[in-house]
Write a protein that binds this ligand. Sequence first.
Ligand code: PLP
Length: 445
Amino acid sequence: MDAQKSSNLFYQSRARRPEVDRADGIYIWAKNGTRFIDGSSGAMVSNIGHSNPNVLAAMKTQMDSATFAYRLHFENEPAEQLATVIAGKMPAGLNRVFFVSGGSEAVESCVKFARQWAVAAGQESRWKVISRFPSYHGSTLGALALTGYGPLKDAFAPLFKDMPKIPAPTCYLDRDNLNDEERGLKYAEMLREEIIAQGPETVLAFAMEPVGGASTGALVAPDSYYGRVREICDEFGVLLIMDEVMSGVGRTGTFMASEHWDVRADLYAVSKGFAAGYAPLGAMIADQGMVETVLDAGGFAHGHTYAGNPLACSAGLAVLNEIDRLNLMGNAQRMGDVLMGGLNELMSRYEFIGDVRGKGLLTAFEMVSDRETMAPLPKDLNAYNRFVDICYDRGLITYSRRTRGGVDGDHFLICPPMIVAEEQISEILNILDDSLTAFARDAGL
Ligand code: PLP
């Protein structure tokens, strides 16, 4: 990473990357001519690849019509059509769509909508939203209250009311005698216990990422977890919020990742792959009956100026068309299997890879110092930054974090766009292989 010299622009730190020149398919070029494979689709965003001509054409057509028309003054066709297409892809009854511009806004919308629904339904005592640790639900104050990731939230603790947390199902770290199904049920029971401890009449909702993202590195719970969580929510009248900001819109091989376990939530948050980097777009997808209740009671007291922006919605609509036309969900499943196979093969050769996990093309591996105990690599090795830089120097973009169930752990998300071809997966795996060798040498492993 280059140090920032002189710029009026700033992000989280002084570190800066080279300037982007152009992007096409799974590739991005820097202005200095270097070509990169977008091995993480940015931050799991560019799901249909870069510069898709049909998406660009749809956006250009919309630009010639209207790029903005405020929702209190005009309806717009792309927003209407996009809501209809989404409703057609969701389980029955989940057919009301509230547009926003990003993931944090989508999560906040779910929380505020759930609360308004509870008040309208005569359940005013319910306000707590239980979530998991670790987890990531966004960086605005409301979403931070749900987020289970200290480095991004601790400094702001006085500014919001933190919400109760239960452990995320990091079963791969457990050293007990349970089988997979029993472990899934064990973690689901933690929700039941927490609801009882909090007082069921105070609990509004449970929010979870069905397949984890940056906070856990593509964490997937055992199959038994998902259905049991739904049952527990139903037992206590607690709403289930699926944060599918990263896992939704096809990346795991189904439209919503939660479909893999046949779980119907009450509210869904989506963004990222929704307009796939062509425009900022997110949404809350809600149960029709709940929406009617809130609208009958005077309306949803929430919204953002750019909601339902026609240009963003034209991009979202074209992205969903491309996902269907190119059968990208099928490709995500097939290529996810190929990638997972390749990562497992790397794990068989590199002792310091302790786990490979994921669903479809939401895939990750974790580095450890001891595979038996799953002890993490020493923090001062700085593996999560160092390995990303080694890959970057070899033209592969990856995404990493150092966090897992309450202790440190370096994990790396390998999530190329859903258009990725088998030869390109091989290219990614070859660069990873070379980078792992370099990392091992460099780190003295
Ligand atoms: N929820 C999940 C699961 C995410 O992965 C993210 C972003 O990484 C968010 C919410 C927040 O989305 P945004 O960064 O668009 O606000």
